[in-house]
Design a protein around this ligand. Structure first.
Ligand SMILES: O=C(O)CCC(=O)C(=O)O
Length: 228
C-alpha cells in the first residue's frame, strides 16, 4: 500500500499533495538502498544519482545493434515546441518502440519502472556520437511559466526526470556534464545517471542544466529515458 502511494506521488497523481511533497524524490533513495544496484548520490539537491552496472554488456550491445540501422540525425525541441535539427546537438539516433515484445527490452523497461516508480515515459531513445559529437548544455524540462512551455506540457507532457545510460564508452571525452553543479559523469558502459528536472513542489530546476561533452576519441552510445 505504502509503495503504491509512493509511486502515485512520483507521478504527481497522488490524491494528497502532502504525500508528493514528503516523499518525492526521496523514494528513489529509499528504494535504491533496497535493490541490488550500487549507487552514488552525486548531488542531493537536485537529486543526481549514478547507478553502477544498471545494464549488462549484452543489453548495451543489443540496444546498439537494434538502433544502428535506424539511426538518423537527432532533433531537439525549439522554443515553440517544434522538433528541429540544431548545431547544439550533433548526434544520431532513434527511438525503440515500447511493447514490441522483445524480452530483453521489456526487462530493461520494467527495471526502469521498478527503480523510479514512474509508470509513464517516452520510448527509449538511443543516441550515437562520433568523434567531436556533443550535446551542448540544455534542459530536459519544459518551462511551464512561459506560454510556449505551458503549451508543450499540455500537448506533450513534462519531463519530470531523466535516466541516461551509457552503452558504448568513448576512448576519451564524452563525459556528461552538469555545469551548475560542477559534476562530470564518465560515460562508463552499463552505468546510468538519474536526475530530477522538476522539484518536489513542481518547479523546474535550472540546476539540472546538463550536456554531453565532445567525444575526443572513439564513439559514444547512450540510452535516454524521459519520465512523465
Ligand atoms: O550525452 C550525454 O552525456 C548527455 C545527453 C543528453 O543530455 C540528452 O540526450 O538529453
Amino acid at each position: 500500500m505504502l509503495l503504491l502511494l509512493l509511486i502515485a506521488s512520483l507521478g504527481f497523481s497522488a490524491a494528497s499533495p502532502a504525500l508528493a511533497s514528503e516523499d518525492y524524490p526521496e523514494y528513489w533513495l529509499t528504494h535504491l538502498s533496497q535493490v541490488r544496484y550500487k549507487f552514488q548520490v552525486l548531488s542531493s539537491s537536485p537529486k543526481v544519482i549514478l547507478i553502477e552496472n544498471f545494464l549488462s554488456d549484452v543489453e548495451c550491445d543489443y540496444l546498439v545493434f537494434k538502433a544502428k540501422p535506424n539511426a538518423q540525425r537527432l532533433v531537439i525541441f525549439d522554443g515553440d515546441g517544434n522538433q528541429v535539427q540544431s548545431k547544439i546537438r550533433s548526434s544520431e539516433g532513434t527511438f525503440i518502440e515500447t511493447n514490441h515484445g522483445n524480452p530483453l527490452i521489456l526487462s530493461i523497461e520494467q527495471r526502469l519502472k521498478d527503480l523510479t516508480g514512474f509508470q509513464k515515459s517516452e520510448s527509449l531513445q538511443i543516441a550515437h556520437y562520433g568523434q567531436g559529437g556533443e550535446y551542448r548544455p540544455h534542459f530536459d524540462y519544459f518551462d511551464g511559466s512561459t506560454d510556449k512551455g505551458a503549451d508543450v506540457i499540455t500537448r506533450f507532457g513534462q519531463r519530470y526526470a531523466t535516466a541516461l545510460a551509457y552503452l558504448v564508452s568513448p576512448t576519451s571525452g564524452g563525459n556528461t556534464i552538469f555545469p551548475k553543479l560542477d559534476i562530470k559523469v564518465a560515460p562508463t558502459k552499463g552505468n546510468m545517471v538519474l536526475f530530477f528536472n522538476v522539484d518536489k513542489n513542481g518547479n523546474v530546476d535550472p540546476r539540472t542544466l546538463h550536456g554531453g561533452a565532445p567525444v575526443e576519441e572513439g564513439e559514444k552510445w547512450i540510452m535516454n529515458r524521459w519520465f512523465h
